[in-house]
Design a protein around this ligand. Structure first.
Ligand code: ATP
Ligand code: MG
Length: 563
């Protein structure tokens, strides 16, 4: 922090422009020291990683400055919204660890928004336009081109009022007329060229049912809802910068119950190799490209949760990325490094063989079973140890054995000695093949003096591999995931992100063999499979695991390459 940093008592230690504005307002007594923000999702999709950013900003900005944050559903579009989305949003917010002071719905304000619209008409600030949508948008003009005023613009207020009431009463067909604000058809900001405030739309609304056939637009609903609730700082993303003058215009012409809220914009959070467009995510679900909104490949909070991402690592990532005024795409590897560091501290270690091949120890005493005490998590000795059974009949990974070892392959091959993690040194002596010539079994001898995996005489082995005792192994299904989009910036070449979908983003391994302790893994719990990565137990399907992240810190590698 620089010498001249303000001495305002901030326990967060970071200065950010939103916090600065709020603190300045508090110091000056604007809003009488009240701070109130809201997180305003439209219930037309599930929350994604970008929403986690908005949630963190909205809640932290309030809570760090003695205020409150509400959840408000921006449910003004009956066609795309649904209670499925409302429920998932409430659940995901809770999972992320944020508790809204209140849960509000813009649809609860439909009466008031309607009343305020009539008020604007009475003030000669709004009129009913009976032209069709195409004509209205053609008349809007463009940058440098003046707009054309509607022939209905100067109709008497009582005529507009009459039409508006009859619009509400359902006398007119969808799309036949709209209510528009009367601002300035030559304004350089297109948003102020007599924007539409209400349209006729016969859609069944998930809360108001069929009570309304007219619905407010975003611009008429949002700021007014903020004002009705007493929001002080209305935080949103940069695409709303051009809407701010309209936000202010609407509020400055209404008799507000509270001081006028202030819209402040910040940059969206985007990640490489994925998208945060709800429309596109919805398409992946509808197409069956993924299994649902909570598919572990999705950037949705439900997807990340199923994938095994701890909520606290998502929040920490969002906080650490800071708030900015320029949109940026962060490397997904950076988020993964937050996840990996978090899981490293808490995940229990287990052994799992994903692509098994038999390893049989020919000099093992017939029928003998040994139990090794293995630490559950070397990072946290309090997690204790567990007993893992060892016998002469084991499974190891296919790719930990090579019949013809390539250069720099130091794992098992004929005549080569390796360590079976925590158990013994073994040397491969022979192999068994099936009719097609595939290796189905490796035969080996063990050195009884290397018990615990310790060298008896100082001789070294070049590698340690994991294993599972065959008589004790439990079958499991494991899903490995790759990037959902193969391009870092999906759509960068064609303009359509879905063109960059990775066709092999999931590999399902259905014949895995894992240690018995994994049968006790709780639904959703994340464990480390030794040498392979972190894996989350599916919340519903027993013995089904999703790979969260691998063990290698790719973010560190990227940083190193950059120098
Ligand atoms: P759509 O994709 O339909 O345009 P949206 O992503 O804007 O919708 P909303 O439900 O309207 O979704 O978003 C709720 C809040 O989350 C808004 O304040 C919005 O600015 C914010 N938000 C949405 N996406 C991001 C993102 N990628 N990064 C940060 N904030 C976001
Ligand atoms: Mg939106």
């Amino acid at each position: 922090m620089s010498e001249s940093a303000p001495s305002a008592p901030s326990t967060q230690g970071s200065t950010d422009f939103i916090g600065d504005i709020i603190r300045a307002d508090n110091q000056q007594g604007t809003y009488a020291g009240r701070v109130q923000t809201r997180f305003p999702p439209e219930p037309n999709g599930w929350l994604h990683i970008g929403h986690a950013k908005a949630i963190t900003v909205d809640f932290d900005s309030a809570q760090n400055n003695g205020g409150i944050c509400n959840l408000r559903f921006d449910d003004t579009n009956p066609e795309t919204e649904d209670t499925e989305f409302v429920d998932s949003i409430i659940a995901d917010l809770k999972w992320l660890g944020f508790t809204p002071a209140n849960v509000f719905y813009a649809s609860d304000y439909f009466d008031k928004l309607y009343e305020w619209a009539e008020y604007l008409i009475g003030e000669h600030l709004a009129y009913v336009d009976e032209q069709d949508g195409e004509t209205i948008s053609a008349q809007r003009g463009g940058y440098g081109n003046p707009g054309i005023e509607s022939p209905f613009r100067d109709r008497p207020a009582d005529q507009s009022l009459d039409r508006f009431r009859r619009m509400r009463a359902g006398e007119f067909a969808d799309g036949t007329m709209v209510l528009r604000a009367k601002i300035d058809m030559n304004h350089e900001n297109m948003q102020l060229r007599d924007p539409v405030l209400y349209r006729i739309r016969r859609g069944h609304h998930h809360r108001t049912q069929d009570a309304w056939v007219i619905y407010p637009t975003y611009d008429w609903a949002h700021g007014q809802s903020d004002a009705l609730e007493g929001v002080t700082h209305s935080l949103c993303t940069l695409e709303f910068v051009s809407h701010r003058p309209l936000y202010d215009w609407c509020l400055s012409h209404l008799p507000l119950p509270y001081d006028k809220p202030k819209q402040i914009e910040f940059a969206r959070l985007e990640l490489t190799n994925t998208v945060t467009s709800k429309r596109r995510l919805a398409k992946l679900v509808a197409d069956g490209t993924v299994e649902g909104w909570d598919d572990p490949r999705m950037p949705t909070l439900a997807g990340l949760r199923k994938r095994g991402y701890p909520a606290r690592s998502i929040v920490a990532f969002c906080r650490d990325m800071g708030v900015s005024k320029t949109n940026a795409r962060h490397a997904i590897e950076e988020l993964e490094s937050y996840v990996r560091r978090d899981l490293n501290k808490v995940a229990q270690r287990r052994m799992a063989v994903l692509r098994p091949i038999k390893l049989t120890i020919t000099n093992w005493p017939e029928g003998q079973i040994e139990y090794f005490d293995v630490m559950n998590n070397p990072e946290n000795p309090d997690d204790g140890t567990r007993k893992v059974a060892f016998t002469g009949e084991l499974f190891i990974e296919q790719d930990d054995f090579a019949e013809v070892p390539p250069p720099k392959f130091y794992r098992l091959s004929l005549g080569r000695e390796v360590r079976l993690r925590g158990a013994y040194f073994v040397t491969a002596t022979d192999l068994v093949k099936d009719d097609q010539g595939n290796v189905t079994e490796v035969l080996a001898t063990y050195d009884p003096a290397s018990k615990g995996g310790n060298s008896p005489d100082g001789r070294k082995v070049k590698s340690t591999i994991h294993w599972v005792s065959r008589p004790h192994a439990v079958a499991a299904t494991v899903a490995l995931y790759d990037r959902l989009f193969s391009a870092a910036n999906p759509g960068e070449t064609t303009g359509e992100p879905l063109d960059d979908l990775n066709p092999s983003s999931r590999e399902l391994l259905e014949n895995c063999q894992v240690e018995q302790a994994l049968t006790e893994t709780g639904p959703g719990e994340v464990v480390q499979f030794e040498r392979l990565g972190y894996f989350a137990a599916d919340p519903d399907r027993p013995m089904h695991f999703h790979r969260t992240v691998g063990l290698r810190d790719e973010w560190a590698a990227i940083q190193k390459r950059k120098g």
